[in-house]
Design a protein around this ligand. Structure first.
Ligand SMILES: NC(=O)c1ccc[n+]([C@@H]2O[C@H](COP(=O)([O-])OP(=O)(O)OC[C@H]3O[C@@H](n4cnc5c(N)ncnc54)[C@H](OP(=O)(O)O)[C@@H]3O)[C@@H](O)[C@H]2O)c1
Length: 257
C-alpha cells in the first residue's frame, strides 16, 4: 500500500485529493492547522475506505510547522510515495493594502514550505527510485495578479525546474494550475465571488481526477480543464498591459475592510 501526504487536506482541493486517494486505497498523512478537523477527517476516511489516516497538525507559516512535516517526509521507516503541497490562501486587498507581515506569510506558505517539503520528500523518493510531488499553483501564475500570482509563478518555475533536474530518477514533479474552484478559499480571504462568471468555476473532485491522470502521464504542468486550457492559450497571445487590467479585477472584489 502506498502513502500520500497532503497539506491543507481538511478543505477544498486538499480534501478532494484526500477523498480520491483514500478511495484509490492510499494510506494518508493529513496536514493542516485545525487538529480537531483533521481527526474527524481521518476517522471518516478510515471508516469509509479502510485506509490508515495519520494526522499531523502543523502551521506551514511557521518554521516549527514546516520542520515537523519535513521530518515526517524524511522518515525512511514510513516512506511517503506521493506529496501534495496544497495548503494556501489569499490575502484580502491589493498591493500596498496588505500588510508586509501578511505578504511574507504568503511567501512562507506558498514558496518556502513548498521548497522545503518538496526537497524533504524528493530525497527519499530519489533513493527509492520512485515517487511523485504535486505542487498546487494556480492559473494566476500566468497573469499579473499581485503577490498571490507571483508566488504561484514561483511554484510553477520551481516545480518544472526541479523536475528537469530529477529526470531519469523515477521522481515525478508536477505543478497543478487550477482556475476558480468552489472551496473555502474566497470566503476565508474575504473575497466576493459575484463578479466571477458561473462558467469559470471548477469542481474540486473533477479537478483532482484530471490532475492525477496528468501526473500518471508524466506531465510537469497540469491545467486540468478545457476552458482554462483555451483561456491560457489566449493569455499567451494577449498584450501584458491588457491582461493586467482584466485579471487583477476578476475575483478580486473584497468585502468590507
Ligand atoms: N479555490 C480556488 O479558486 C483556487 C484556485 C487556484 C489555486 N488554488 C490553490 O489551491 C490550494 C488549496 O486552496 P483551496 O481553494 O482548497 O483553499 P481552502 O478551501 O481555503 O483550504 C485551505 C486548506 O489549507 C489549510 N491551510 C491554510 N493555511 C495553512 C497553514 N498556514 N498551514 C497549514 N495548513 C494551512 C487549511 O486548513 P487549516 O485552516 O486548518 O490550516 C485548509 O485545509 C491553495 O494553494 C490555493 O492557492 C485555489
Amino acid at each position: 500500500m502506498t502513502t500520500s501526504l497532503i497539506t491543507g487536506s481538511t478543505a477544498g482541493i486538499g480534501a478532494a485529493f484526500a477523498r480520491r486517494l483514500a478511495a484509490d486505497g492510499h494510506n494518508l498523512v493529513l496536514v493542516a492547522r485545525d487538529a480537531e478537523r483533521l481527526r474527524k477527517q481521518a476517522a471518516e476516511l478510515h471508516d469509509r475506505h479502510g485506509i490508515e489516516a495519520e494526522v499531523l497538525s502543523a502551521d506551514l507559516s511557521r518554521d516549527d510547522g514546516i520542520a515537523a512535516v519535513e521530518s515526517r517526509l524524511a522518515d525512511r521507516s514510513q516512506a511517503v510515495d506521493l506529496l501534495i503541497n496544497n495548503a494556501g490562501f489569499g490575502n484580502k486587498g491589493r498591493y500596498l493594502e496588505v500588510s508586509m507581515a501578511d505578504e511574507l506569510t504568503m511567501l512562507k506558505v506558498h514558496c518556502e514550505a513548498v521548497l522545503r517539503l518538496t526537497s524533504a520528500a524528493a530525497e527519499g523518493m530519489r533513493e527509492r527510485g520512485r515517487g511523485g510531488v504535486v505542487n498546487v499553483a494556480s492559473v494566476a501564475a500566468f497573469v499579473p495578479r499581485g503577490t498571490y500570482g507571483a508566488s504561484k509563478a514561483w511554484v510553477v518555475q520551481f516545480t518544472q525546474g526541479a523536475s528537469k533536474d530529477l529526470a531519469g530518477t523515477g521522481v515525478r514533479l508536477m505543478a497543478l494550475c487550477p482556475g476558480f474552484v468552489r472551496t473555502e478559499f474566497h470566503e476565508r480571504a474575504g473575497m466576493g465571488t459575484d463578479n466571477i462568471p458561473g462558467w469559470m468555476w471548477l469542481d474540486a473532485d473533477k479537478l483532482v481526477v484530471a490532475a492525477l491522470k496528468d501526473l500518471a502521464r508524466g506531465k510537469t504542468l497540469s491545467v486540468p480543464d478545457p476552458r482554462y486550457k483555451t483561456l491560457m492559450g489566449l493569455v499567451k497571445l494577449a498584450p501584458r498591459g491588457l491582461l493586467g487590467g482584466v485579471t487583477s479585477r476578476t475575483g478580486r472584489k473584497y468585502g468590507p475592510q
